[in-house]
Design a protein around this ligand. Structure first.
Ligand SMILES: [Zn+2]
Length: 252
């Protein structure tokens, strides 16, 4: 593990239990410097445990044993205080607002080292390694569809699944806004079961569309449009199977 530079932020409080979730963000600001200053500004009341610059430099802002303020309002797998449950990593990128761009290799290599290091200290299931947009789909888009979740999973961190073409074809017509019926019920139940706040039941409403977008940003990055086409639904089913297998293994 490479050296981590200390850059303490005053923005934290106490944890009551060990973290078991990892939340990845992009900074969404014009420069790394601006992001660091904001994350350390007592007035801003935001922080993260780490920030990873585009050249791979890692700064520690808040000790892992403390509760940093990165997640805000949101829910994952029924957890409504995601700050209390998680470790937060900010990854420098201007984001959708200021010129979203690919994350450089040096930066991703550093993120991978950091994630492996953190998971060596805490028990964090793959199904609880998520993006900010997963816990707050109606407010957030980070770290976004350019973040290489597949590469992360290839190194053993997080869930990834690519469905076979036959399986995609078997699912038939896409589902979208205004649709209702069994397909929509299964879709909403699946998204809920994976961890999204979306309640099962009901039609393909605005929150369903937004939640599908969040799912696509993480697990079906080639097309983020809020339409649950066959590939999106087959991917969801596959990811759910992996998450379920992991939770069963965890119990055993
Ligand atoms: Zn964020």
């Amino acid at each position: 593990m490479r050296a981590v530079r200390e850059r303490p932020s005053p923005n934290f409080d106490q944890r009551r239990s060990p973290p078991d979730m990892l939340v990845l963000h992009y900074t969404g600001m014009k420069t790394a410097q601006a992001a660091v200053e904001r994350l350390c500004d007592p007035e801003a009341k935001v922080s993260a445990h780490y920030i990873v610059d585009e050249d791979g430099e890692i700064l520690r802002l808040v000790p892992e044993e403390r509760r940093a303020w990165h997640a805000g309002r949101g829910v994952w797998q029924g957890e409504a205080d995601c700050n209390a449950a998680s470790i937060g990593i900010e990854i420098v990128n201007p984001g959708h607002e200021f010129g979203y761009r690919d994350f450089p290799d040096a930066q991703i290599a550093a993120v991978l080292e950091l994630v492996a290091d953190i998971r060596g200290r805490w028990t964090i299931p793959d199904a609880r390694i998520i993006g900010h947009s997963d816990l707050a789909p109606e407010r957030k888009q980070d770290p976004g569809e350019r973040f290489p979740w597949k590469r992360l999973a290839g190194e053993g961190h997080g869930l990834w699944f690519e469905p076979a073409p036959e399986r995609v074809a078997a699912l038939g017509a896409p589902l979208g806004p205004g649709d209702e019926g069994l397909g929509v019920i299964v879709l909403r139940a699946g998204l809920h079961r994976l961890g999204y706040a979306l309640e099962p039941g009901g039609e393909y409403d605005d929150l369903t569309r937004i939640t599908v977008e969040a799912f696509q940003r993480h697990w079906r990055q080639a097309k983020v449009d809020g339409i649950a086409d066959g590939e999106t639904r087959a991917t969801l089913m596959g990811v759910l199977q992996l998450a379920t297998a992991e939770s069963v293994t965890g119990v055993l």
